[in-house]
Design a protein around this ligand. Sequence first.
Ligand code: UDP
Length: 330
Amino acid sequence: MRAVVTGGAGFLGSHLCERLIARGDEVLALDNLSTGSVDNLAHLIGHDRFRFVRVDVTDYVHVVGDVDLVLHFASPASPIDYLALPIQTLKVGSIGTFHALGLAKEKKARFLLASTSEVYGDPEVHPQPESYWGHVNPVGPRGVYDEAKRFAEAATLAYRQTHGVDTGIVRIFNTFGPRMRPNDGRAIPNFIRQALAGEPVTVAGDGTQTRSICYVDDLVTGILALADSEHAGPVNVGNPHEISMDALARWIIELTGSSSRVEYIARPVDDPTVRQPDTTLARELLGWSPQVEIEDALRRTIAWFREQRDARFDAPPLSPDATAHILAGS
Ligand code: UDP
């Protein structure tokens, strides 16, 4: 099978590429590297079933040859990224989604949209089932991401109904693991980076707001289960393990053995108060449920962040050969 992964150099995209290669598929990763990094793909570059092309899928998507699966994961996804790139975020969710859908239509491929728990906004139903329409502020700072993904869901359904494209929609809840950028601004990488540096760990507001956090390996298993099925979705994929940000910060301080203290900072505008997936559908349709204990997952992620900190000082730059290979996409 041949898969195209848009956003293939991102946190989730790179884990998807890796898993697809490991199971024997051929993978073409597309990314404009605005928030992704070739470092995330360094171990796959040179593999004979893997290819990376630097392209902005908002500009165009052109792929030669057969494609069986299009995984549309291109988008800034952390709040500070989409606040810094609001128009790009809207464009990749709209124009980029049309391009990715067009590719799936042309190739008669299955199409899977990476949607998000953000479509539920600051939810008034808890936990959130797929049938909940959400509580989103279109003109708040998060609107650029939330509405782009809501639009992308509508576009995906329109292609299914109008053009008969075999589509699926996964609504992804908070996920963490190796390859998150330490400075991407999200709670878990921030807390780990700060705890490892002995800096104050910044909890927004009073820290009573909750998220439900999933290890990336579990998430990828759920995404591929949906990709391999014929279900249209949307299907929530996430770990229902719900935790307050204050408790999470303190847990990370403990697991890192850090002497950092918690510092309370301003809460972002429209920051959701609670979030937890209702995963009944994923269980019933896909037989999927998360397997990795959160403490184990946090330990693995902390270990990776430690290695990065150590490696960053003496990591060699990519060789000119590797760079040329990457940029030529060959
Ligand atoms: N948060 C925090 N400290 C930080 C970064 C984030 O307390 O340094 C909070 C943030 O306000 C939110 C929660 O952690 O309530 C999760 O934020 P994140 O950016 O990880 O994801 P999202 O808001 O998209 O779920």
